[in-house]
Design a protein around this ligand. Structure first.
Ligand code: SF4
Length: 232
């Protein structure tokens, strides 16, 4: 696995569980509001690379004090050895939460079929007709839709989440986006964090826009991969 960050203890990234967070290197999207810009390149940076075996050793040592592990990024499904890594986490008896942009439904399908996922958080970045703008690339919207439907029907605990960011999204976008979410699935809004944004011109949703959808902000948001593997 190409890992570039490890937070050994988090109280806010896995709903209801004390968890460690693993950050994978590389993402196929370039969301302008991304606050993990240093994780986007698919090329490993020797300066920040985190050794998979050391991470697993720390997790093995702490497994009785952890409720789970969040695998985040970057985009974890971009890693070809993700299934093997998740099997190793499950072998430690740890629940696994996956954070994903939903661009690879085939990978999600395989992980679900093997019961490697205990929780999934997937971004729904925009109304479908504005998806490329918010993803920062010409992405396959049908693939994102397929992932959303797969997750919603999986029976695995999950949530969909959207970052509120002006001026990329408007009040009508926030309202319209809600209609895309499967009715039985939870959806939360994430506050935009300007301090880490790739685009300094962006800003959090205005008071007017923020009021548009009557939804609570997610308590499970805003993570930033700033940690590295701690000394053992
Ligand atoms: S916000 Fe997520 S999907 Fe978008 S560029 Fe950053 S890591 Fe990739």
């Amino acid at each position: 696995m190409n890992l570039a960050g490890f937070v050994p203890l988090s109280l806010c990234d896995y709903p209801g569980r004390v968890a460690a967070v693993v950050f994978t290197q590389g993402c196929n999207f370039r969301c302008p509001f991304c606050h993990n810009g240093h994780l986007l390149s698919l090329v490993p940076d020797p300066a920040t690379r985190v050794d998979e075996e050391r991470v697993l050793a720390v997790l093995a040592e702490r497994k009785n004090r952890l409720g789970g592990v969040v695998v985040s990024g970057g985009e974890p499904t971009a890693q070809t050895d993700l299934p093997h890594f998740l099997r190793r986490l499950k072998a430690l008896g740890l629940a696994v939460k996956l954070d994903t942009n939903g661009s690879r439904p085939n990978v999600l399908h395989a992980l679900l079929a093997e019961r490697l996922l205990d929780y999934i958080a997937m971004d729904i970045k925009a109304p479908w007709d504005k998806y490329a703008t918010l993803a920062g690339v010409a992405c396959d919207v049908a693939a994102v839709q397929a992932s959303m439907e797969l997750i919603a029907a999986s029976g695995v605990p999950h949530l969909f989440r959207t970052t509120r960011v002006d001026p990329l999204l408007t009040a009508s976008d926030y309202t319209g986006l809600k209609t895309q979410i499967p009715k039985a699935s939870p959806h939360v809004w994430q506050p935009f964090r300007a301090a880490f944004s790739r685009d300094p011109a962006l800003r959090p949703a205005s008071a007017i826009n923020a009021r548009a959808p009557a939804q609570s902000e997610s308590p499970f948001s805003g993570k930033v991969a700033v940690d590295s593997l701690p000394p053992l």
